[in-house]
Every structure is written in C-alpha cells, then in structure tokens.
Ligand binder design. Structure first.
Ligand SMILES: [Zn+2]
Length: 57
C-alpha cells in the first residue's frame, strides 16, 4: 500500500494530497494528523459537553 502524505494549505486551510494547492497555488506543508482515534475524539466531545454544562462555552 502506497503511503500518501496528507498535506495542508495554511492559506486556504484545506487538506490536499498535492504539493501545490490547487486553489491558491501556494506550496502546501506536510501535515500528519494524529491517528484516527474515535476514543480521543469522543473524549474531546465529552470535555466539550462538560464545558457546555458549566456554561463555559
Ligand atoms: Zn491554498
């Protein structure tokens, strides 16, 4: 399986596979997102809910 870097255009704030952003033509940076972890995402969501409950958001 070929590994493809996920790249990111900091200008357009989009992810892409290209070295050059197809929208703005700027060079993109390699951005390695943390491994997909449903648990972490869920934890984030729970923390957000807790904040909501306390009226912090
Ligand atoms: Zn761009």
């Amino acid at each position: 399986m070929k590994k493809v870097d996920i790249r990111y255009c900091t200008y357009c704030k989009i992810y892409t596979m290209k070295e050059i952003c197809k929208i703005c033509g700027r060079e993109t940076i390699v951005k390695k997102p943390p491994r997909f972890s449903p648990q972490d995402r869920y934890g984030k969501y729970r923390r957000y809910l807790k904040k909501l409950e306390k009226g912090l958001v």
